[in-house]
Design a protein around this ligand. Structure first.
Ligand code: ZN
Length: 161
């Protein structure tokens, strides 16, 4: 079947910046990336590019910053007590940490470390960047009722959470 709303898609991707520098790949993982199409599980530009494709298709797509993680917002810096980041272990500048914000749990980048506080940049690490994906679609199937109800894909043909 072709990728459409409520299709569950398994795909491999390699994400690079526009200079071809690798940022992330699914190919080192045991399983391809899984998502439920049409439920905002992926960045908008990637979801649009996958629409109508089928298993076996391979293609490259360049996603504009606006359709990826959006622009960087200067000043989105939050100062947090180090003890709130204790779980992160020994911190270093540039490290990614998980923090709670108004929008729930999110990834932040450590900008500066003081004696008792750290400054975190709350912009998504890929904000402000156009992204290039090399995609290979491994499988497309219809979602189960549970998957549609939950708004996400389940593993092993829809059975595991
Ligand atoms: Zn679920």
């Amino acid at each position: 079947m072709k990728i459409e709303t409520n299709a569950v898609v398994a795909f491999h991707y390699t994400l690079t910046d526009l200079d071809g520098k690798e940022i992330e790949t699914s190919r080192t993982r045991a399983q391809p990336q899984l998502y439920l199409h049409g439920h905002k599980g992926l960045i908008p530009g990637l979801e649009t590019a996958l629409e109508g494709k089928s298993a076996g298709d391979q293609f490259d797509v360049t996603v504009a910053m606006e359709l990826a993680y959006g622009p960087r917002v200067e000043g989105r810096v939050q100062r947090v007590p180090l003890k709130r980041l204790a779980k992160a272990g020994k911190l270093s500048v540039g490290q990614l940490v998980q923090v709670q914000s108004d929008q729930g749990s999110q990834v932040a980048v450590v900008k500066k470390i003081g004696m008792t506080v750290a400054d975190l940049d709350l912009n998504h690490p890929l904000a402000g960047k156009a992204l290039k994906f090399a995609i290979e679609i491994k499988d497309v199937r219809a979602a189960t009722e549970d998957e549609i109800k939950h708004g996400h894909a389940h593993g092993d043909g829809g059975t595991t959470h």
